[in-house]
Each structure stands twice: as structure tokens, then as C-alpha cells.
Design a protein around this ligand. Structure first.
Ligand SMILES: *Cc1c(COP(=O)(O)O)cnc(C)c1O
Length: 395
């Protein structure tokens, strides 16, 4: 696999091996549980610790899954291999279980995806792993939070709901000096906008459900391991019995081929809408990493190749009912979880209810927007009417 291709080219060509496609453009769906061997000797010879790229048994995948996992590996220069999971949360859980043991300490940013916090406070605590939550803007200051038994630092940049940008290289430097494993939830940027393995991160985790699939119809996750980090991940993943179905992997691969153009459009429309919102008196703050007042904006400019289509804004005063008046009447924005599909979404979010290490202070309630592929002018007109409803309800 050549690393000199531009990312948009790699998105199109990656993972399409002739022996898996037989010349068909899209790698077909190979479904399997049993794989038949010619004789006992062949069965025994195939009993290897690593069966990635070898037909062994359905749970270890077929060329359909390998094609997508290879494609994701190719998008992260410096990576060794990628494994797929039935959801983003399954990918996060498997990666953390792979690297942590009872008695270990874990660091998670206060802006992390809420189900990640639940895992730390639930199963991980039950199995003897303690967690400290840290200010996402801590940078190299994370050294002060590292204990004798700190084994892993999770990152997520920008943060869920509030979009603080983390200083990934500074945190990685602290971790490397202490032999601590780093893992990042890279769902917002994808490796196209933020190739993190090249920055020294050990594991890059994606909720492929979002931009890789891109069409709001599949649950899928992935973990890409840096060189030398794959064996640990593979052992845990095999023991946990984690895999993604060939049908879901096929839809993921199909989505991936258009991801570069989709991300470009999501990013452009979202920034235009974020800038428009910033000019509105009903809006107190826009939380978008490409805007100069977003915490970590300089780091965003330094490390990221662009922005995707998810951001939040804080309303100027108002209560729950005024926020609902805004969201409920929107014509082009669906009300629902997840994001990364072609359609726009709006949900109320309450960061102040989640945080423990930092205090979330805002002048009003917060709304998170996923900007889809509709015409941004239509979306702005819709939001303009929504802000008028909000202002009337706020009084
Ligand atoms: C949605 C999401 C996940 C979880 O992905 P699922 O496929 O829904 O399990 C993880 N991290 C982030 C940042 C997400 O937005």
C-alpha cells in the first residue's frame, strides 16, 4: 500500500484487493460461519494466533470485513491493522479492555462521549480499574494527573457536545515518557481530517456509524492500532468474540468511498451556518473548533486538515421550553441521536449535567446540530424561524 497517495485517492482505492473482489468494483459480501478444509492437516495448519486475512471461521471475518479494515488502516499512516466492531461503543469498550487490568488507572477527558463515561463508571470500575476525568484543555499538564498505576489515557478531540480541541501531541509526549497507552475517539474528524496514529497515538477509535457509513442505516465501529500495538487488541477482540457482520462492513465500505466529498460539503455548510449563528443576538456562543473563540482553536488550526459537520451553540437566556420551541418546529432538522448521515439533526444537550472535573457555565441552554447535505440556505432559513420561535417563547 503506497503512503504517498493523497487521502481522497486512498478513500477510493483502499482495501480493494483483486483476490477479494475478483475484479468487481465493490468488494462483495462474503457471508460465512463454517469454513471447510480439504483435510485434517489443512485444518490444523490454519490454526494460527492471527487469522486476519485468512479464512478460518466466520467470527474472524471474511474478505468483506478485511477489505474495510484494510481501507481504514491505509487512511492512518503508521498504522498496523484495524479491527471492526458492531458499534462505536463496542470498539471503545474492546480497546479499553484490551489495554487495562485490575488495579490500573485510566484518564478520560471531561468532554468525552457520555457512554464512554458510563463504561468507566460501570464495568471498568467493577473490574478494578479506577478513572479520573480531566479538563480536555489540560495539554501537557496531564503529567500531574498521572499516577504510578496510570496505564491508559483516552482522548476525544474535539469533545462531544462542547467541542474543546485537545493538544494531542502534548498529551502523547507525556504518555510516551511514562509508558502509558493512548487511545483516541476520532469519530468527529475521521483519519481524513485528523490522522492521529502519525502523531503517536496508539489506538484510533471510530464510530463508523457516523461518517464512514454516512447514511444513518448501520451500526459499526473500528479500532486502528499503531505498529506494535495490534497483537494486544487482537487477543482481546478474539476473546470477547467481537466482530462486525459482512453486510454491515460492506455498507461501511460503500459509504467510505464518498466520504471525502461528503465531509467537504458537511464541513463547508456547517461552518457557514456556525458563522451565521454567531451573528445572531439570540445566540450567546457557537461551539465550533474552526471559530477563533472555540477553546483550543489554535490547536485545531495546527493539527486538523478541516472541520466536519457537527457543532453546538448556546442560546442567549431562555429555558427548556424556549429551546424546545426552537427545535420542535424545525422543518429540515430531524430530532434524534447519532450524526454523520446525509440529513440534518438537532438535539438539546446538557453538558452541565455530565461533567465532574470541570464546570460547564453557559448563558442558556445548548443545542447540538448535525449539518447534513441539504442546501445551507434552506437550513439557515429554517434556523432563523426557529430562533424567532425561541425569542417569542423566551419573552
Ligand atoms: C456516536 C458516538 C460513539 C458511539 O458510536 P455507536 O456506533 O453509536 O456506538 C462514540 N463516540 C462518539 C464521539 C460518538 O459520537
Amino acid at each position: 500500500m503506497s503512503q504517498d497517495k493523497k487521502p481522497a485517492t486512498r478513500v477510493v482505492t483502499a482495501g480493494r484487493r483483486k483476490e477479494w473482489t475478483q475484479g468487481i468494483v465493490n468488494p462483495p459480501v462474503w457471508r460465512a460461519s463454517t469454513i471447510l478444509y480439504d483435510d485434517v492437516a489443512a485444518l490444523r495448519a490454519n490454526n494460527k494466533a492471527d487469522t486476519h486475512h485468512t479464512l478460518f471461521y466466520g467470527r474472524r471475518g471474511t474478505p468483506t470485513q478485511w477489505s474495510l479494515s484494510d481501507a481504514l488502516t491505509e487512511l492512518e499512516p503508521g498504522a498496523e491493522a484495524t479491527l471492526l466492531y458492531p458499534s462505536g461503543v463496542a470498539a471503545i469498550a474492546s480497546a479499553l479492555l484490551a489495554v487495562l487490568s485490575p488495579g490500573d488507572h485510566l484518564l478520560i477527558p471531561d468532554s468525552a462521549y457520555d457512554p464512554t463515561r458510563n463504561l468507566a463508571n460501570g464495568l471498568l470500575r467493577k473490574f478494578g480499574v479506577s478513572t479520573s476525568f480531566y479538563d480536555p484543555l489540560i495539554g501537557g499538564g496531564i503529567a500531574a494527573l498521572c499516577q504510578e498505576n496510570t496505564r491508559a489515557i483516552l482522548l476525544e478531540s474535539p469533545g462531544s457536545l462542547t467541542f474543546e480541541v485537545q493538544d494531542v501531541p502534548a498529551i502523547v509526549a507525556v504518555a510516551k515518557a511514562r509508558g502509558i497507552t493512548t487511545l483516541i475517539d476520532n469519530t468527529w474528524a475521521t483519519p481524513l481530517l485528523f490522522p492521529v496514529i502519525a502523531l503517536g497515538v496508539d489506538y484510533s477509535i471510530l464510530a463508523c456509524t457516523k461518517y464512514i457509513v454516512g447514511h444513518s442505516d448501520v451500526m459499526l465501529g473500528s479500532v486502528t492500532a499503531a505498529k506494535g500495538k495490534y497483537d494486544t487488541l487482537r487477543n482481546a477482540t478474539y476473546q470477547l468474540g467481537q466482530m462486525a457482520s459482512p453486510d454491515d462492513a460492506w455498507l461501511g465500505a460503500r459509504g467510505l468511498r464518498t466520504m471525502a466529498v461528503r465531509l467537504e460539503q458537511h464541513g463547508r455548510s456547517a461552518l457557514a451556518i456556525a458563522e451565521w449563528l454567531k451573528s445572531r443576538p439570540e445566540v450567546a456562543r457557537v461551539l465550533h473548533p474552526a471559530l477563533p473563540d472555540c477553546p483550543g482553536h489554535e490547536i485545531f488550526l495546527r493539527d486538523f486538515k478541516g472541520a466536519s459537520g457537527l457543532f453546538s451553540f448556546v442560546l442567549n437566556g431562555g429555558d427548556e421550553a424556549a429551546r424546545a420551541a426552537l427545535i420542535d418546529g424545525l422543518e429540515h432538522f430531524g430530532i434524534g441521536y447519532s450524526w454523520g448521515g446525509y440529513e440534518s439533526l438537532a438535539i438539546p444537550v446538557d453538558p452541565e449535567k455530565i461533567r465532574t472535573a470541570t464546570k460547564w457555565q453557559a448563558d442558556g441552554p445548548t443545542v447540538r446540530l448535525q449539518i447534513g447535505l441539504e442546501d445551507p440556505g434552506d437550513l439557515i432559513a429554517d434556523l432563523e424561524a426557529g430562533l424567532a420561535r425561541f425569542a417569542r417563547a423566551r419573552g
